[in-house]
Design a protein around this ligand. Structure first.
Ligand code: 13P
Length: 330
């Protein structure tokens, strides 16, 4: 476990965060459609190669989460696999190992994340080919009668079983229970559901004897729903997010790396900055980013419409902003 603790610490080392570039093929296709680019293995390879060869990315990014397809591809024009390219840059390789959120039987509008079948074998292969950490995303939806307690428990238990298999195979698990922003709910409701979810997740992690020092938590911030009429300040968001985490996340966890979840790139950076400005010296864990859209959105547009170079400039700019936000100096 000693090595795992070191990797977990490195993932959230001061001033650094994680780039989530692990969109599944359907999600990546949706993103490409929005910029009118055809999505196939070769275009996805070109896009990801552009992102990952950004000069000095390693100054702000400790690790990159990949999807299975990318994990096995080479950087365009090089004979190296992407994990070995990242390793040479001093960047850790992560792999998304869940197989997606599927309808939860007999629970209308709720999802359960799958992927436990064959997970041990897949983790062994990924480890042998250079994976340092993994990711599993559970989604919790807020609506009139949901989430149900059963949905939270089932997802939390799956997260714990995944984390246990990761640690057995020397891979640091990113545990991601995402309370979705979609909906009309207010910020109080997000607070309540996220609190309940985190409480149950840590209960299940402890039950399965997960080493909390060898994992990273990837939660949502506490926010009103996308279609809510509320408009809280960044300070209120930071206060509620910090209180929720302080009450539910054990101090042994080395780092909390937020997902962006549909916030704009600017807001995601600003809110992380406010959190660190207010709590940098009061928090037991590192508070950083593991953003997908909030790091890539502008870079994807430039890649599709302008040039690789412009795209890389956008990515490094966003990475730097979030580096500053992760130390409260944006
Ligand atoms: P977003 O930052 O776009 O929400 O993606 C993060 C992620 O990895 C979701 O699983």
């Amino acid at each position: 476990m000693k090595n795992l603790k070191l990797i977990a610490k490195k993932m959230v080392s001061e001033g650094k965060g994680i780039l989530a570039a692990d969109e599944s093929t359907p999600t990546c296709t949706k993103r490409f459609e929005s910029v009118k680019v055809e999505s196939n293995a070769s275009s996805r390879n070109r896009y990801r190669s552009t992102l990952l060869t950004t000069k000095n990315l390693e100054q702000y990014i400790s690790g990159v989460i990949l999807f299975d397809e990318t994990f096995h591809q080479n950087i365009i024009g090089l004979t190296k696999t992407i994990p070995s390219y990242l390793k040479d840059k001093g960047v850790l390789t992560g792999i998304k190992v869940d197989t997606g959120a599927k309808p939860f039987a007999q629970h209308k509008n709720e999802k359960i994340t799958e992927g436990l079948d064959d997970l041990r074998e897949r983790l062994i292969t990924y480890k042998n080919k250079g994976a340092d950490f993994a990711k599993w995303r559970a989604v919790i939806t807020i609506d009139k009668e949901i989430p149900s307690e059963s949905c939270i428990y089932a997802n939390a238990h799956a997260l714990a079983r995944y984390a246990s298999l990761c640690q057995e195979n020397n891979i640091v698990p990113i545990v991601e229970p995402e309370v979705l922003m979609e909906g009309e709910h207010g910020i109080e409701q997000c607070y309540k559901v996220t609190s309940q979810t985190l409480k149950i997740v840590f209960e299940q992690l402890k039950l399965l004897k997960i080493d909390l020092e060898s994992m990273i938590l990837k939660p949502n911030m506490i926010l009103p729903g996308l279609h809510s009429t509320e408009n809280p300040s960044d300070k209120v968001i930071a206060e509620m997010t910090f209180t929720c985490l302080k009450d539910n996340v054990p101090e042994e966890v080395p780092g909390i790396a937020f997902l962006s979840g549909g916030q704009s790139s600017d807001l995601a950076a600003q809110r992380l900055n406010t959190l660190n400005r207010l709590y940098f010296n009061k928090k037991p864990w590192q508070l950083t980013f593991s953003y997908g859209r909030a790091l890539q959105q502008e870079a994807l547009i430039k890649w599709a419409n302008q040039s690789d170079e412009e795209s890389q400039n956008e990515l490094i700019n966003r990475a730097k902003m979030n580096h500053l936000a992760s130390i409260g100096k944006l």
